[in-house]
Design a protein around this ligand. Structure first.
Ligand code: B12
Ligand code: SF4
Length: 465
């Protein structure tokens, strides 16, 4: 049996770009055990300071995506092992889900969880506590996300570091929906989640935002969701509830051009009024042939129409595009640069995220890339050297890389969407007490509710004075 005080440690290594460690928060909120979240993005994080907790840990969960995050995760795993050689290291997240067998071969990996980890991780921790054996690779069926509680932010320390600096002075990221029914051929999502998708109900999302406005004084939310507008009804319901609850925030999200082009004028107006300030879309290419290769289901004309609609309703269109897609001709690439020039000319508020095509495992274009001469990294360690700005495929040359660099400089990567008038966030104390009571009982699983209530109110009143 484990001694009291033993914790489950959850780690995200590498940078965060201000994003909340959504995976770790979701795992931690759903666990009954005491959890310590160690996010390497925390300035000044010193592993040695957590020596005792690491020495006594039940297990350590490590989350990673493909690329340099793996390198950082392996470095951290090494540190953990040097402190506690026997602690089980359980890996999860996109890369381990896409390459479970190869991940398991690494000496710093004891178990791999494929896909959603909330329930599987709970079960592993229980098994470890009871000394029961489990498989080394564990994959559960996709579980409806609305079955999991929304994040308990109290599980992370110092929320301030998750305020996305380049989006707005006080914007946080949320992840409220998982999975996507579309089938873009460069995207790994289907190979992990099938085409299933689900999310928290909008009421919980709005509650969490309301809570974060009161507690952390945020004035913006960015949705890291796979596709916030998948259910257009859900997204519009969100806008509507923000307006009805009179919550004044600005917000932005990822979405699809075809869905947005089908919105009615009144629906666009509602987005505008609710504080929608940026929509990030996978425009991908200016060439129809490439859009078809990627199975995007859009045309260059729709991309421009979307940009114009954003312009009309005061929303920043943020275009994510790529060049070097397998099979692309020089003419196709020229079409993309031409379209980017048009954004600059006609939609000056546009933002551009321009990428080199990179093959990710589990995607249909990955297999095609292999056939076209791409050499797949042979181990988990080698996947850690898979850099974004270095071409990974033989058909991308230095000239193209140079051109991308030049174009990137011409666009603002991210504009400020902050609310200028912070005074709106002053909250009436009496109303607020009632609200905190409701929210504390909802979110505070780990600490004495009365104490938490007092702590929150003190902080609140201190700041609003
Ligand atoms: C936010 C985000 C970022 C952020 C922050 C990343 C970070 N370190 O947290 C930033 C902006 C930095 C980023 C950058 C990039 N990203 Co990104 N990003 C995302 C996004 C939108 C959300 C990630 C997230 O927090 N998800 C929410 C959590 C709840 O889901 P989750 O991570 O999948 O976790 C679940 C399971 O995986 C599992 N799990 C996860 N970790 C663990 C750990 C344990 C122990 C266990 C048991 C289970 C477990 O359980 C969780 C709960 O269900 C995802 C899309 C997505 N659906 O996840 C893309 C995604 C992860 N990104 C992707 C890509 C490609 C990139 C970029 C290359 C994009 C680009 N072209 O610039 C860069 C990579 C930069 C680099 N250095 O290599 C791909 C990754 C594919 C892959 N093979 O890894 C994704 C999946 C997008 C996609 N649809 O293809 N990204
Ligand atoms: S790229 Fe976006 S729309 Fe396409 S499958 Fe992936 S998440 Fe869905």
């Amino acid at each position: 049996m484990f001694k009291k005080g033993k914790k489950v440690i959850l780690i995200r290594a590498g940078g965060s770009h201000g994003r909340l460690p959504h995976a770790l928060l979701s795992l931690a909120t759903n666990l009954d055990n005491e959890v310590l979240i160690l996010d390497e993005a925390t300035p000044g994080l010193v592993w040695r300071k957590h020596r005792d907790e690491i020495k006594n840990a039940i297990c350590v969960g490590i989350s990673t995506i493909t690329g340099t995050y793996i390198k950082s995760s392996l470095e951290v795993a090494q540190v953990i092992r040097s402190i506690n050689p026997g602690v089980p290291l359980i890996w999860g997240g996109w890369h381990p889900s896409l390459k479970p067998e190869q991940t398991l071969e690494n000496e710093y990996v004891d178990k791999v969880i494929v896909g959603q980890g909330e329930q599987a991780f709970c079960d592993i921790v229980e098994s470890l506590k009871n000394g029961k054996k489990t498989d080394d690779i564990i994959a559960y069926e996709y579980i409806d996300k609305s079955k999991f509680p929304v994040y308990n932010f109290d599980l992370i320390r110092n929320m301030e570091r998750y305020i996305i600096p380049y989006v707005s002075p006080r914007t946080i990221s949320l992840y409220t929906q998982q999975g996507c029914p579309f089938g873009c051929k460069f995207c790994a999502i289907n190979s992990v989640y099938g085409r299933k998708y689900s999310g928290w109900c909008i009421e919980s999302v709005v509650d969490l935002i309301d809570y974060s406005v009161g507690r952390y004084f945020i004035d913006g939310v960015h949705f890291d969701d796979d596709n916030f507008f998948i259910g257009k009804k859900r997204a519009l319901e969100f806008a509507n509830q923000l307006l009805r609850s009179n919550i004044k925030i600005n917000w932005s999200s990822d979405t699809r051009i075809d869905v947005l082009c089908n919105l009615e004028t009144e629906e666009w107006e509602m987005l505008d009024r609710s504080g929608c300030k940026r929509l990030l879309v996978g425009a991908e290419s200016g060439a129809q042939a490439t859009l078809d290769r990627l199975n995007k289901g859009i045309t260059p004309e729709m991309i421009l129409e979307f940009g114009n609609l954003c312009h009309r309703f005061n929303i920043i269109p943020s275009f994510s595009m790529m060049v070097g897609v397998p099979g692309e001709t020089q003419e196709d690439i020229e079409e993309t640069f031409k379209l980017i020039d048009t954004f600059r000319e006609k939609i000056p508020a546009s933002e551009l995220l321009l990428f080199l095509y990179t093959p990710y495992p589990g995607t249909p274009l990955f297999d095609l890339s292999l056939k076209m001469g791409f050499e797949e990294p042979g181990s988990l360690k080698d996947w850690g050297e898979f850099y974004l700005d270095v071409p990974t495929v033989p058909w991308i040359d230095d000239k193209l890389i140079e051109r991308i660099r030049k174009y990137k400089k011409m666009f603002a990567r991210s504009r400020d969407i902050s609310l200028k008038n912070k005074r709106r966030f002053r909250i009436k104390p009496l109303l607020y007490i009632h609200k905190i009571q409701k929210l504390v009982s909802k979110f505070s699983k780990v600490e004495n509710k009365r104490e938490a209530l007092l702590r929150y109110s003190k902080k609140k009143f201190f700041k609003t004075k």
